[in-house]
Design a protein around this ligand. Structure first.
Ligand code: SF4
Ligand code: SF4
Length: 168
């Protein structure tokens, strides 16, 4: 299976290559349950149609919401006997999908939550009390401002706005 889309290679080689890798569809990265890709547990996948085949062989890889099941654990890369790196392809497709406004809505709302509140979870009276109860320091409100600044300076805020526009 030749990868269908352009993607960015590793740090040493920052350029786009087309069909730069070939997956031999041996299945090793997904079929060894408990050792391989966790996304393979999703019921839509089986040994004849693995998660990695689904991502690498998709006709529309940036529009394939399954790519967001990848948690970037690198197991596939470590297990592949042929030095294929599915994760690089999947991460590049996520980045492209983000640019195109195709990212998974759940991921976008999580990003907004973190930038907006400085926390991955809603900070409620209950969470404040629980922090106190286990001796954690109060959350620093400056962290929220710093995250907003980082988001603006890195262009993330602008991308989020573009994404929202694309969703209208
Ligand atoms: S990096 Fe992604 S594709 Fe590779 S094993 Fe982990 S979850 Fe699966
Ligand atoms: S182990 Fe490598 S060659 Fe085999 S299916 Fe996974 S990525 Fe493809």
């Amino acid at each position: 299976m030749v990868l269908r889309a352009e993607y960015q290679l590793g740090d040493e080689e920052k350029k786009l290559e087309e069909s730069a890798e070939i997956c031999l569809k041996c299945g090793v990265c997904c079929v060894l349950k408990a050792h391989s890709c966790h996304a393979q547990y999703d019921e839509q996948f089986d040994p004849t149609h693995t998660f990695v085949y689904d991502c690498l062989g998709s006709e529309n890889p940036t529009g394939n919401l399954n790519i967001w099941l990848c948690v970037s654990c690198h197991k596939c890369e470590e297990l592949c006997p042929y030095d294929v790196t599915p994760i690089e392809f999947i991460e590049a497709m996520k980045a492209k999908a983000f640019e195109l406004g195709l990212a998974h809505p759940g991921v976008m709302s999580e990003i907004e939550q973190i930038i907006g509140t400085g926390s991955a979870f809603p900070v409620t009276g209950s969470s404040v009390r629980q922090r106190e109860a286990i001796g954690l320091e109060p959350l620093d409100p400056k962290a929220q401002d710093e995250l907003k600044l980082i988001s603006e300076e890195t262009g993330l805020t602008e991308r989020l706005n573009r994404y929202k526009e694309a969703q209208k």
